[in-house]
Design a protein around this ligand. Structure first.
Ligand code: CTP
Length: 407
């Protein structure tokens, strides 16, 4: 936190894209969570949203060049006082100027003078995002420690859709808060350069067109894993099975329903991934012959024949590329012979994973909750207990374990 104020100082850079209007919501989210926000738009950004809006919402003066209040040397002061600089949206032009170290307006000057963590939330048409020039600029900025999140896939300006959409403002605010919470350590994006796959949620196995066999998983733990990995710089593929909660900013989302769809998506994404964390509750059984029409009530009941699904984690263990870290989850209950942890230890050996996260779910303690407690187990006998706390805290402990295994 800067010395001059008690609440964290955030610089919200805004460059000239249509998504600039969504930056107003990001600004609201940041001020409402107690941050001092200085908005630094580019001239082009002001064509989309005017200066009066930014000044009224932030309660601070707004300038686009270094010639206002010169005696204050604003381009140095604003950058130095920042605890975080976040650019929403970051256009292709802004990324190019930042990557080449230009200082031709106040925002690019601030980006050069600040030593705080910098987040870019790009938004542009797919062709611009995928152009080799933009790809190279993003790589350059990431190599210098900036967090450039991937845009979402979805509707763009006009009738087209594809990668290039700004993630939801609330998810950008959450990312900003997460990076701020890591403090100056946020600069050390320790998962940068790594691709990780996270599965989340619970699969649904069709019985007929309207019914399914499902489970209680909300997907919260998987979402927390994905969100923390983005904040630590990783490229994240989130394979989400029936997750109804907001998706974190910066992830590549693959939405699936059944165990077989999840298997396909995870295997495809895992082929070049550095880690796969299987947090999803995957069905062990599915109806062997789902009906193509709604099953009508007949007689007293219904006998449902079930068949086993494929164990995705076991398949991953069998075909993993060299150096890939595999993390499994085990929801266990104790019984008269063994504790939940003993069941976990046996599963670690049986599954052949590099790290197993054991939840004691006696009494249904974990499902849908914001908090989680677990024990991390390694094949060499090490274990770490993570006490009851936010699912993000457990997630960070898991990523610490993954990072150490890479090393
Ligand atoms: N898993 C999987 N594919 C399945 C079932 C489970 O990849 N078809 C993964 C889960 O995502 C989790 C881990 O395997 O990471 C452990 O799941 P669990 O159901 O506890 O393991 P099982 O081997 O099915 O053991 P149990 O006999 O206790 O159910």
């Amino acid at each position: 936190m800067s010395a001059s104020t008690s609440s964290p100082n955030v610089v919200l850079g805004v460059s000239g894209g249509i998504a600039a209007y969504k930056a107003c919501e990001v600004l609201r989210g940041l001020t409402e969570s107690g941050h001092q926000v200085r908005v630094v738009p580019t001239d082009a950004a002001l064509r989309f949203v005017g200066k009066a809006t930014w000044e009224a919402l932030s309660g601070q003066p707004v300038a686009t060049d270094v010639w206002a209040q010169v005696s204050d040397v604003p381009h140095v002061r604003i950058g130095r006082q920042a605890d975080l600089v976040i650019v929403v949206p970051a256009t292709a032009d802004l990324l190019a100027r930042a990557a080449s170290g230009r200082a031709d307006d106040l925002l690019t000057s601030v980006l050069l003078t600040t030593r705080a963590p910098v987040i870019y939330a790009p938004a542009m048409h797919t062709e611009m995002w995928e152009h080799p020039a933009t790809v190279a600029n993003v790589a350059t900025l990431r190599s210098r420690g900036a967090l450039v999140i991937d845009p979402a896939d979805g509707r763009l300006t006009g009738s087209d859709s594809g990668p290039g959409r700004l993630p939801e403002p609330d998810s950008i605010v959450e990312l900003a808060l997460r990076v701020l919470a890591r403090g100056r350590d946020g600069l050390a994006a320790d998962l940068a350069g790594h691709k990780v796959v996270v599965s989340a949620g619970g699969t649904r196995e069709p019985i007929d067109p309207v019914r399914f066999l499902g489970n209680r998983s909300s997907g919260r733990q998987g979402l927390a894993l994905a969100a923390t990995a983005v904040a630590r710089g990783a490229e994240v593929v989130l394979v989400a099975a029936n997750v109804q909660l907001p998706i974190p900013a910066g992830v590549h989302l693959v939405a699936v329903e059944s165990a077989s769809e999840l298997r396909e998506a995870v295997l495809a994404a895992a082929s070049d991934a550095d880690a796969v964390v299987m947090a999803a509750a995957v069905a062990d059984f599915r109806p062997s012959q789902p009906a193509s029409h709604k099953i009508k009530k007949q007689g007293a009941g219904l006998d449902l024949a079930l068949e086993s699904t494929t164990d995705v984690l076991a398949e991953l263990v069998g075909c993993r590329p060299v150096g890939q870290v595999l993390v499994g989850f085990a929801a266990e209950t104790g019984d008269s012979q063994h504790t939940a942890l003993e069941h976990g230890q046996a599963k670690l050996v049986r599954k052949g994973v590099d790290l197993l996260v054991v939840n004691d779910v006696s009494g249904g303690a974990v499902f849908g909750q914001l908090n989680n407690a677990a024990t991390l187990l390694w094949p060499d006998g090490r274990s770490v207990e993570v006490g009851l706390g936010a699912k993000e805290v457990l997630s960070d402990a898991i990523w610490d374990g993954v990072r150490d295994l890479w090393r």
